[in-house]
Design a protein around this ligand. Structure first.
Ligand SMILES: NC(=O)c1ccc[n+]([C@@H]2O[C@H](COP(=O)([O-])OP(=O)(O)OC[C@H]3O[C@@H](n4cnc5c(N)ncnc54)[C@H](OP(=O)(O)O)[C@@H]3O)[C@@H](O)[C@H]2O)c1
Length: 268
């Protein structure tokens, strides 16, 4: 058991992950540096007393479980998880194969889920922890599939419109459409009970009238410039405003630090 904070970092054989591992070690933390190829990770991270190198392909849930066990066996706890591993399938939507999309989602979505799922029981038992996920501004700019598609197809006269409905009185909250996860973890039991009660209690009482949504949608779709994103419902307007305000506050919160990360020979 170490008294240092323990960082578990994915994709620590190349790129950002190596830098994060080194910086965490330099700051006096213990580090579990993981990667698909442990030789690469060891070569990149170097040797240190408080460094453990473990094999972890984030697309393999069993690797994640084993890496977490190895981390806890060696250091006793995990304080910071950094979901860093990633790859990049770039291209126009129509040119990226379905297989490549699946591979991208496997690494960038299911990967962090696998590792986070393995780490959370440890953090929950500790009642402490930080889960860091390296996302991308691509996620902000083109967060949803359709948003990314928009500029690609615009030159061909094709537009896109994202509809963001709030609560509408449909059958979505009936048992035919909603599947609640089986409660299996005591820590979540009370919240689960409250959530299920709240959501199912809302069934049939949602404020939004889907017929009105449909009519408005038809009207908007007939415009020359339909909205790229349409907030459907007063609650949706409120949600979008709140999100925009949060994003602005987050962009502003560390403006100086955020803007000081370029190489000295560039102005980026
Ligand atoms: N660099 C940027 O400009 C930028 C911008 C936005 C977001 N990001 C994000 O930052 C993170 C780090 O990327 P990077 O720039 O450091 O890229 P990088 O230099 O290509 O490094 C990617 C790392 O992820 C690992 N990796 C890939 N698939 C993996 C898997 N299935 N399991 C475990 N490890 C895997 C790679 O390991 P192998 O050696 O085994 O391939 C490598 O260590 C990624 O999530 C990326 O999306 C980067």
């Amino acid at each position: 058991m170490t008294e240092k904070n323990v960082w578990l970092i994915t994709g620590a054989g190349r790129g950002m992950g190596v830098h994060i591992a080194k910086a965490a070690l330099a700051a006096g933390n213990a580090v579990v540096a993981t990667g698909r190829n442990t030789d690469t990770v060891t070569k990149a991270a170097g040797f240190a007393d408080d460094l453990l190198v473990v094999k972890l392909d984030v697309t393999h849930p069993e690797d994640a479980q084993a890496a977490v066990k190895a981390a806890v066996d060696r250091f006793g706890h995990i304080d910071v998880l950094v979901n860093n591993a990633g790859n990049f399938y770039a291209g126009f939507f129509e040119e990226i194969t379905p297989q490549d999309f699946r591979a991208q989602v496997e690494t960038l979505l299911f990967g962090p889920m696998n590792v986070t799922r393995a780490v959370l029981p440890v953090m929950r038992a500790q009642r402490s922890g930080l889960v860091v996920t390296i996302s991308s501004t691509a996620g902000i700019r083109g967060g949803e599939f359709l948003e990314s598609l928009t500029p690609e197809v615009a030159p061909f006269g094709i537009r896109t419109m994202l509809v963001e409905p709030g609560f509408f009185r449909t059958e979505l909250l009936t048992p035919e459409s909603t599947n609640y996860a089986e409660p299996t973890i005591e820590d979540y039991a009370e919240k689960t009970r409250q959530t299920i009660a709240a959501w199912s209690g809302m069934d049939g009482l949602q404020g939004g009238d889907p017929a009105k949504l449909a009519k408005a949608l038809v009207q908007l779709a007939s415009q020359d410039e339909p909205p790229l994103r349409w907030a459907a419902g007063a609650d949706a307007v409120e949600d979008l405003e709140q999100k925009a305000q949060h994003l602005l506050a987050q962009a502003d919160a560390y403006r100086e630090l955020s803007s000081s990360l370029a190489y000295d020979d560039t102005n980026a």
